[in-house]
Design a protein around this ligand. Structure first.
Ligand SMILES: [Fe+2]
Length: 166
């Protein structure tokens, strides 16, 4: 019983690591092209730093479970994130597509951390709880920020398009 939970927890850590790699890639590509939206860009860059910390926390949890980081297969996820960002870059409403995608992504991350936290007890890894909770709080803050800025970003996009047309 306890072993199964531990296996699922470790798999969950690996998946979360791949997820954060994907998030990092996505935000890096996006923030390269966000000069017209300085507030969003600044927020992305802050969250990028948090994401790097989250990756370190996950790596730490993995090695505490006796798992090596070298076997992490994150390449496919990075490629996927780059493709997503590129697809959005080719559309006229890139900022909106990025906003919707980031909103979805942050909520995905929140669910993943909640799932990992639910496993800590059964997996016998109570020491992982605090760092995972910290990452969860960062994701919740980011999700909240994106959600409360959808309207504002949309109207900024309209203004920007109007300026360009003038
Ligand atoms: Fe995030």
């Amino acid at each position: 019983m306890s072993n199964k939970a531990r296996d699922i927890f470790i798999l969950g850590l690996r998946n979360a690591h791949a997820m954060e790699i994907q998030a990092r890639e996505l935000m890096e590509r996006q923030s390269e092209r966000m000069d017209e939206y300085p507030e969003v860009k600044a927020k992305l860059q802050t969250h990028l730093q948090e994401t790097n910390e989250q990756l370190r926390r996950l790596e730490h949890c993995l090695s505490a479970c006796g798992e090596s980081n070298s076997s992490l297969k994150d390449t496919a996820q990075s490629a996927m994130a780059n493709l997503t960002a590129m697809g959005h870059a080719m559309s006229g409403d890139e900022i909106l597509k990025n906003t919707f995608a980031n909103n979805a992504f942050e909520n995905f991350e929140i669910a993943a951390y909640k799932s990992l936290l639910a496993l800590c007890g059964a997996a016998g890894v109570e020491e992982a709880r605090a760092p995972l909770e910290q990452s969860l709080r960062e994701e919740e803050r980011m999700a909240e920020w994106i959600e409360s800025n959808v309207e504002k970003v949309t109207l900024e996009f309209v203004q920007h398009e109007q300026r360009q047309a003038a």
